[in-house]
Design a protein around this ligand. Structure first.
Ligand SMILES: *Cc1c(COP(=O)(O)O)cnc(C)c1O
Length: 361
């Protein structure tokens, strides 16, 4: 019995594929701008490396979700003229550091404006006011909206904020519902303007509506999934929509042994502690030397056994769980379809214990 180093498990992140996806998406949404959404550690790809790669590829807008991530991007060298946008805050957030670091704030509530007032950070912060258009997550209701806009304009007069954007988030699950949300959004923008606001950036769409509907793009589209080459709507591959999957999850065959039915079983040192969902069992395959082997065994904590019969498999061979498909492996899209989730969830769950390796060329 020979074991290879389990450290051979890795998530390869293809920065050239990422660049190409960004180029393609920017062309598709133009003249609207692309904001690359880097929440959840860039959906498992790595916040700082992907943020810097996006800036290197010419992207001028980054979405960070929370303030810690926004500050990490600035600390890593994202320049001041690139927008870093954060929009999810705890109830008693101290905004001082974020304002000093020139982070754009997505504002849903009066209490958040009061937080900016309290911070007194000595510089003006750009705010994007959020209207709820049907998701009922956060964002001002229609009734709260005029009050939120008026309060922001008052802070603008006092030099504390610049009312820069109006935005919302939509479900992107039904064309009709999205259309209704867009109408509500336009009404909110008009109302803000009637109250005296000059809105520079209006944004509503994420990956799905942003690619499918030019009427949903307004001035900017916020995309996560499509940047990683994971389709956000049904019935298409990444290639069909001009994208390439960025992440490949692979390991090395750690052990081979004869099994009861005259074949062999390979041990692959990746398990649920590394982020493999246990419900992939019986639904997806792993690819070794161009052949797919169904994952029918229980997914263990740190490993999984796969029946490789008499296939061409040796200890140390590369076993690909998912990737862009160059070696015949399944895509994250196929894993998502087979297990009833989005590919986004599968890449985001790949555990921090799995090393990311960033490659070009
Ligand atoms: C996650 C998120 C996005 C990006 O969503 P994708 O479907 O991955 O493109 C955009 N906007 C907001 C507010 C989000 O939370």
């Amino acid at each position: 019995m020979t074991y290879t180093d389990p450290a051979s498990s890795e998530a390869i992140v293809d920065l050239d594929a990422f660049d190409a996806n960004l180029r393609h998406l920017r062309e598709e949404v133009s003249p609207a701008e692309l904001m690359v959404v880097l929440k959840a550690d860039a959906y498992g790809h790595g916040l700082v490396p992907m943020g810097l790669a996006a800036v290197g590829a010419g992207v001028r807008r980054l979405g960070a979700l929370d303030l810690d991530s926004a500050l990490a991007l600035r600390a890593a060298g994202v320049p001041d003229d690139v927008t870093v946008f954060a929009w999810l805050f705890g109830p008693n957030t101290d905004f001082s550091a974020a304002i000093r670091a020139n982070v754009d704030l997505g504002i849903s509530r009066l209490s958040e404006l009061q937080g900016i007032e309290r911070a007194d950070a000595g510089r003006r912060v750009r705010v994007h006011l959020k209207i709820d258009t049907g998701l009922n997550r956060n964002g001002a209701t229609r009734a709260e909206w005029p009050g939120l806009v008026a309060a922001a304009l008052e802070l603008q007069q006092r030099g504390l904020v610049e009312v820069y954007g109006v935005w919302t988030h939509i479900a992107e699950a039904s064309e009709d519902e999205d259309t209704v949300a867009m109408e509500r959004f336009e009404r909110a923008v008009a109302e803000a303007e009637a109250l005296g606001a000059t809105i520079t950036v209006r944004h509503l769409a994420a990956s799905s509506a942003g690619l499918r509907r030019d009427d949903a793009r307004f001035d900017m589209v916020r995309m996560g999934g499509h940047c990683w080459g994971i389709p956000s709507f049904d019935g298409v591959t990444a290639e069909d929509i001009g994208l390439r999957q960025v992440m490949t999850l692979q390991t090395g065959v750690a052990l081979l042994r004869d099994n009861d039915h005259g074949g062999r079983a390979a041990m692959l040192p990746l398990g649920y502690a590394d982020g493999l969902p246990t419900n992939i069992r019986g639904a997806v395959s792993v690819t070794i030397n161009g052949r797919r082997y169904p994952l029918t065994d229980e997914i263990g904590l740190d490993s999984v056994m796969v029946d490789v019969g008499s296939g061409p498999v040796a200890i140390g061979d590369r076993a690909i769980f998912f990737g862009p498909g160059d070696s015949g492996e399944q895509s994250v899209r196929e894993w998502g379809d087979a297990t009833g989730t989005l590919g986004d969830e599968i890449v985001t769950r790949v555990a921090p214990s799995v090393p990311r390796r960033y490659v070009r060329g």
